[in-house]
Every structure is written in C-alpha cells, then in structure tokens.
Design a binder for this molecule. Structure first.
Ligand SMILES: Cc1cc2nc3c(=O)[nH]c(=O)nc-3n(C[C@H](O)[C@H](O)[C@H](O)COP(=O)(O)OP(=O)(O)OC[C@H]3O[C@@H](n4cnc5c(N)ncnc54)[C@H](O)[C@@H]3O)c2cc1C
Length: 559
C-alpha cells in the first residue's frame, strides 16, 4: 500500500504526534490550500544558509525556496544525514537502513513529505508483528518463540499488562483521548502536570516505583527492558528522563511503524529535486538541485556576523559567502566542535542547553543474504529456522528484511544503543559480523547464517562520525529546561538584535528526539521564523506555529 492510500484510510480522531509539549497541527498547516505563507517581494531571492542536508535541512530549504527565498545548502558528506540507506552492490533497491528505519504512521508531517515525493511504505518487521512473522526472545539463556504476545509464556503478557497499568495510573488514556480529539486545553492541562513531576526522574525510576512492576519479580523488569513496549531494547533508555518515554508512547511512536520501500534516504534526496509548487515566485521547474548546480556547498567551518547584520559563512575550504540568514540543522554539539561560531550569536543560556544536550550512541551491522532463508521450516520443531530476535546477548536486536522470494534479503545482525553500542565501537565491520554470528549461533545452533551471506557487510557507529558525534538526543533527568530553550528559539522577537537571524532545527531541537517527525516539525518552526524574519506572514486562514505560539507554548519551568 502506498503511504498516500494509507493516509487516506486514516480516520479523523487518530493519534498523531500532536504535541504534547507544543500541540500545533503541523499536518493541517501543510495541507491547507493557502500554503505556509508569503513574503514581501523585496525579500524574494534573499539567501539563507542551510547548514546540513539531512531531513530537517531539506524540508526547510524546500519550503524556504517555495516561499521565494534562496536557500544555500551546505553539507560535508552526503545528502540524507541520519536517513542513510546503504545500497548493497549489485542488488538494485536492496538497502540497509543505517539511521532511521521505522516510521510511525502518527508522524503525519513526515508522511506528508513522503507522499509529496511519491514514496511507498510497508509494515516494519517489529517484534511480535505480522510483518516479522516469527519472533524469538532469548533471555537468560532461554529462547521463547512466538508470532504474537499470546504465544509467548504468560509472564510476557503480565509484563505488558504491568506497563499498561503503570501508564494508566498517570493518566495515559486521558492524554491519548485529548490527542485524538485535538483537545488542546485538556492535553495541556494533563501534560503540564506531568512535566514537573517527571522531568527530574528516570524511566527506570518510573518502572521500579510503579505499583504494578514493584509487585513483580525483578526478572519481569529485565524482560520489560528487553522487549519494551513494542520495538524492543528499552533498557538502554532506563537512565533517560521519563518525559522522553512518555512522549513516545502517548503519540504512538512505538506502534504501527512502516519502512520506506527502497530506503528512507530517498525522502531528502527527492526533496532535493522536487520542483517548486505553483504558488512559488520561482519559475516553474526550479528545484534545490537547480539552484545549486546539482550539489550542495561544502561543509561549514565558521559562522560570523557581518558588519551589516548579515552572516559570513566560511566553508571548509576557506571560501566565505554572505547570507541574509542562517539555519543550522546539524547536531548542536557541532556548533562547538566543528563550526567556529561568534559566541554572541546565541545567549549563554542557549549555549549551555546546546552543550549539555546528551546524545545516545548507536551501532548497527547489516549483511545481505542470498534469500530469506529464515522462513525455511525447521523439521524438528515445525517453526521457521530463525525469527526476529531480541536477546540479552551482544547483538540485542536482530531484524530480518524480506525483499521477496527471488531477491536477496537483508539481516540487521545487531542494532544496539548506549553501552551495547560501545562494545562494538573499536571493531571493524568484519569483527562485528563475526561477534554477531557467534552470539546468534548460541540461539540458533543449527543455522548456518554465514553460508547465506553475499556481498559486503556494512556497519555504522554514529558516535564515531565527526559529522554527528552521536545517534540522537536522549534527554537526561533535568534536561526539560534545555529542550525548552532550544525549542522556542525560533520565536525571535524578544531576542537582542545580535542573536537574531540565525535559526536552528533538527531532531535534537525537538521534544521528540530520535524521530524523523521531530526533525520535520522543528524545520517547519524554523520556516515560520525565517519567513517572519524577512517580513513575511502566514495566511490569516492558516496560522503558522509562531502565530499560535503564545497560546500553545511548551510549559516554562522557569530558572
Ligand atoms: C541509528 C538511528 C536510528 C534511528 N531510527 C529512527 C527511526 O526508526 N524512526 C525515525 O523516525 N527516526 C529515527 N532516527 C532519527 C532520524 O534519523 C532523525 O530524526 C533524522 O534523520 C534527523 O534529521 P536532521 O535533519 O535533524 O539531522 P541529520 O540527518 O543529522 O542532518 C544534519 C546534517 O548536517 C550535516 N553536517 C554536519 N556537520 C556539518 C557542517 N559543518 N556543515 C554543514 N553540514 C553539516 C550532517 O552531515 C547531516 O547531513 C534514527 C536515527 C539514528 C541515528
């Protein structure tokens, strides 16, 4: 099913990533026939340096171009950023998703753009879903097989019920009802009560102190850490602020996830070549690619304020270009490690927020195999020889991607976060494959995975890449205020002149880190900020995020 058909089938009243911190309807803004807004003619052609050609950078660059500005995109490596789809040699369209790979249907802004560029999606083979077929949960040396939760031993259902009950005790159902109804008053009232209660407390604290879990044996907590609440491996998040987890579950980011057929990197790549809409002041057929002679400018080495209030952006080879505004979309740490910035471009409070941001580590290792051999039946058990696997061993999560019976398939041998990812960090791809195969051999002693591998394996450790320094933000207890400072920065009216004209977007600016939807929503905030910076405005019938900011603003906890 294409995403277009899928979205048509969604009913009003569905759960979407509507807040909870800033419940602005981005999907309505995007779908309105009046468009996002307009600019005075004098501003047409003004240049905006866009630092980074990931999803946030390209959504913003596309919309700024559509409004009549001239975005100038800088990128040190490849278009796509953390949507990186590795194409296996010789197998057209067979990819390994090294970054974002499963996209919840509640991410309606993400799917707006996926539809715009004509991408198709399919159910993601998450544990215990129909798309996975069979799931194996290997814990403390014991492997459990099942296609659904009901087929696993009853302890797993007890864990799932304990989690549901723990959530209900803090008002989960009412929060979801408010999101479904887009009832802003109720949603803000309920969420704003939770923010001060849970900002300073960890996910583990929530689990350990909830009445339902504390009545269960410790092993149940371990099982929960392994299986989580849909996507697996949630013990890596135990030290994070509980608010991070609550946002994910109340917006259904952990359920009903889809993969992008042929790879998610196609989304930013297709935005690069997407022609402007009929509304745009640019001639029809103009694209970001055509404005850049096909390729982005090199990575940015420095951002300074020019005497006349504009910006001097120096690329890594020493060329200076003057721009009327700047939008940074790279991870915030890079503004101190990789890009020399005038310190007074941001307040000290904002620098503090950027530098205290905590990124999670993540590693993945993939192999291409000759065929989806895991579906073969084991004559001894009558079950498939292998399933989607969650384990407490080194590999943690093993995902199986079936591209059809006559095509090579793909195995993500291991997908890990935090300390599990650090265990892989020193090793090259071959050693990572070997370590993974050794761990999987203990779960599947009779299965010759290596005998099916074809082509070169591929691996990634995002923390080891100077253009990222980590996979995605995972806010720690006490970080709400930092998030708040970064998130509201696109509202620049109250800022001193020295701090205006430079904007930021990306999933680490968002309250929803680690989800492409957060990258898109913050990009749209920046589009509104930049449009109004140049004297433009949203259409009165289609107010933008900044127009409604005072009404919807995230709770201010004060200093
Ligand atoms: C391992 C992993 C798994 C994930 N899983 C999911 C998932 O399943 N579902 C989901 O929705 N999301 C997932 N995400 C998150 C998703 O990938 C991100 O939210 C999204 O891709 C972020 O886009 P962005 O534009 O904010 O940042 P990025 O993609 O990081 O873009 C920033 C760009 O800035 C560039 N840059 C760096 N330095 C400079 C410089 N000096 N000058 C110019 N440019 C520079 C970088 O090269 C990069 O291209 C995952 C991410 C990772 C890493």
């Amino acid at each position: 099913m294409t995403t277009a058909t899928m979205l048509e089938h969604q009913q009003p009243g569905q759960i979407t990533v509507f807040g909870p911190d800033f419940p602005y309807p981005y999907d309505d803004w995007l779908h309105h026939p009046a468009g996002l807004g307009s600019l005075p003619q004098a501003a047409h052609g003004a240049t905006v340096a866009v630092v980074g050609a990931g999803l946030a950078g390209l959504v913003a660059a596309y919309e700024l171009m559509d409004l009549g500005l001239r975005p100038v995109v800088y990128e040190p490596t490849r278009v796509g950023g953390r949507l990186r789809s590795h194409q296996f040699e010789g197998a057209d369209g067979v990819v390994a998703e090294l970054g974002g790979m499963r996209f919840p249907v509640s991410g309606t802004s993400f799917f707006h753009y996926a539809d715009r560029v004509g991408l198709t999606s399919a159910p993601f083979p998450n544990p215990l879903t129909e798309a996975a077929g069979s799931t194996v949960i290997d814990i403390a040396g014991q492997a459990y097989h099942g296609r659904t939760l009901g087929e696993l031993p009853p302890e797993f259902t007890e864990v799932a019920l304990a989690w549901d009950e723990a959530l209900q005790q803090i008002g989960f159902g009412a929060l979801q009802d408010a999101i479904r109804a887009r009832d802003i008053g109720t949603l803000k009232r309920l969420w704003n009560e939770l923010v001060p209660q849970w900002d300073g407390r960890t996910f583990y604290d929530f689990v350990a102190t909830s009445q339902c879990f504390s009545e269960l044996p410790f092993r149940y907590r371990e099982m929960f850490g392994l299986v989580g609440f849909g996507t697996g491996g949630w013990d890596s998040d135990f030290p994070n602020s509980m608010l991070e987890i609550l946002r994910v579950v109340i917006t259904n980011c952990d359920t009903d996830q889809r993969l992008i057929v042929g790879g998610a990197e196609q989304l930013p790549r297709r935005l690069w070549t997407l022609p402007v809409s009929e509304r745009s002041p640019w001639p029809s057929g103009t694209t970001l690619a055509s404005l850049h002679e096909g390729v982005p400018r090199p990575g940015v080495a420095a951002i300074h304020r020019h005497d006349d209030g504009a910006f001097i952006v120096r690329d890594r080879w020493g060329t200076d270009r003057i721009h009327d505004a700047v939008l940074t979309t790279c991870q915030g740490w890079l503004l101190t490690t990789q890009i020399e910035c005038d310190e007074d471009l941001f307040s000290h409070d904002l620098w503090m927020a950027l530098d205290r941001t905590r990124y999670m580590q993540s590693s993945k290792t993939f192999v291409m195999v000759d065929r989806p051999f895991w579906k073969d039946t084991d004559p001894a058990t009558g079950r498939p020889v292998m399933g989607m696997t969650l384990t407490d061993r080194l590999t943690r999560g093993t995902y199986l991607f079936d591209n059809g019976p006559d095509r090579p398939a793909v195995i993500c041998l291991t997908y890990t976060w935090m300390s599990d990812a650090l265990k892989m960090l020193p090793y090259d791809v071959e050693q990572r494959v070997k370590l993974s195969l050794d761990a999987l051999a203990k779960i599947y002693p009779g299965v010759d995975i290596a005998g099916h591998i074809v082509g070169d394996p591929v691996t990634v450790s995002w923390e080891n890449d100077p253009n990222f320094l980590g996979a995605f933000k995972g806010a720690l207890p006490g970080h709400y205020r930092y998030n708040h400072r970064m998130y509201r920065h696109f509202m620049q009216d109250g800022l001193p002149p020295a701090e205006r004209g430079i904007f930021m977007a990306g999933d680490d600016v968002s309250f929803m880190p680690g989800w492409a939807e957060g990258a898109v929503q913050t990009a749209l905030n920046a589009v509104w900020g930049i449009m109004t910076h140049f004297g433009g405005a949203s259409h009165p019938d289609n107010p933008g995020p900044g127009d409604l900011f005072d009404k919807l603003a995230p709770l201010d906890l004060g200093d």
